[in-house]
Design a protein around this ligand. Structure first.
Ligand SMILES: Nc1ncnc2c1ncn2[C@@H]1O[C@H](COP(=O)(O)OP(=O)(O)OP(=O)(O)O)[C@@H](O)[C@H]1O
Ligand SMILES: [Mg+2]
Length: 329
């Protein structure tokens, strides 16, 4: 159903280092984004979602470091190519990355049209005229349901929802094949959220963006936008699969706990008895538990879960689960 892989992440590891010690924010993650595929990445706060997004862009330092593994973006091995190629071929043409809280980082003293001129200059090396910007960006903005007049405004004149949609429009102006977007809806009210979701869906439906990594805390929103759901826990993916199947029949005890904490995904018969959050606390990422990282919080843990790290186990139907209960020797 999907096309070729546009982003191929294999056994990726990356860590932060500083006065706080070493945090292995991403620790052995493999994930593929195919053409035509939207992948929703969910998991508790601090599990490494943003770290994974940043490592996919190949831009690291001074606190975040690449450690091992590969990231191939539309044929470019981002940790093996020169920085200049990464910038010009990957980041300026193929992959757009909207970091968490990007809307707060819009330069407040520039009108949107002038911010766009900077973006185009960065990408092409040539500063376009205001007329050019108004023509090309105007069309793109309109296609995403934003009025052209927004181009003349300063960021502080926009609402939060509008700012976020402007960030999405700016980032996708050059039709990047891949969009990595980190928590774009979390600070928004429900109606702004809907408009943003609509813009993201439009980008996908029109094929402006061919594949998307969508990071969120909001599983229902991920379900609206994405075909695939990836669940992260303590620096690792614990479950990946078609979104409806994962929601219908989660395999990993962590996914089960995560969904059980959201009433609408709890199967009817269990809804009354279990509406609690996952027991225990998220682990200290500086010193993750041995074996399966989830075992101290897992009601199904067996002795080997505390000793040996489970491998990624492939199940039928394009599903992956990292849990000893599903095999692995
Ligand atoms: N700049 C940083 N310096 C040191 N540690 C960091 C830094 N950024 C993140 N971390 C740590 O790395 C781990 C993963 O963090 P990350 O921000 O990737 O999580 P997240 O899943 O995106 O969380 P959230 O849902 O809150 O955005 C956490 O333990 C976090 O404390
Ligand atoms: Mg984050």
């Amino acid at each position: 159903m999907f096309g070729e892989p546009l982003v191929l992440v294999e056994r990726l590891k990356g860590y932060y280092v500083g006065g706080f010690g070493v945090v292995h924010g991403v620790d052995d993650v493999s994930l593929t984004l195919h053409e035509g595929e939207g992948v929703g990445l969910v998991g508790e706060s601090g599990c490494g979602k943003s770290t994974l997004a940043q490592l996919i862009t190949g831009v690291t330092g001074p606190v975040l470091h690449y450690q091992a593994g590969t990231v191939i973006v539309d044929g470019y091995n981002v940790y093996a190519i020169p920085e200049e190629t990464l910038r010009t071929e990957v980041l300026c043409k193929r992959l757009a990355y909207i970091p968490q809280a990007a809307m707060d980082s819009l330069n407040p003293v520039k009108r949107i049209r002038d911010l766009l001129r900077d973006v185009v200059k960065e990408r092409t090396g040539r500063r376009p005229t205001t007329q050019e910007i108004l023509r090309t960006a105007g069309e793109h903005f309109e296609s995403l349901g934003l009025q052209r007049s927004v181009l003349h405004l300063y960021p502080h004149e926009l609402s939060g929802g509008m700012k976020q949609r402007v960030v999405v429009a700016i980032s996708t102006l050059w039709n990047p094949k891949i969009l990595v977007v980190d928590e774009p809806t979390s600070a928004l009210d429900v109606s702004s959220q809907k408009l943003l979701v609509r813009s993201l869906l439009l980008l996908r439906q029109r094929g402006t963006v061919k594949s998307m990594l969508f990071i969120t805390h909001d599983i229902p929103v991920a379900r609206q936008i994405c075909e695939t759901l990836a669940v992260m826990y303590c620096g690792q993916l614990v479950e990946v699969g078609p979104v409806e199947e994962v929601l219908e029949a989660p395999r990993h005890p962590y996914t089960q706990g995560l969904l059980a904490s959201i009433a609408s995904y709890e199967p009817q018969e269990r809804r009354r008895s279990r509406l609690e959050s996952i027991p225990g606390r998220p682990p200290d990422m500086r010193n993750p538990p041995p074996g399966c990282r989830f075992h101290p919080r897992c009601s199904l843990a067996q002795p080997r879960c505390a000793q040996h790290e489970p491998p990624e186990i492939t199940l039928a139907g394009k599903r992956m689960v990292r849990c000893w209960r599903f095999g692995g020797g």
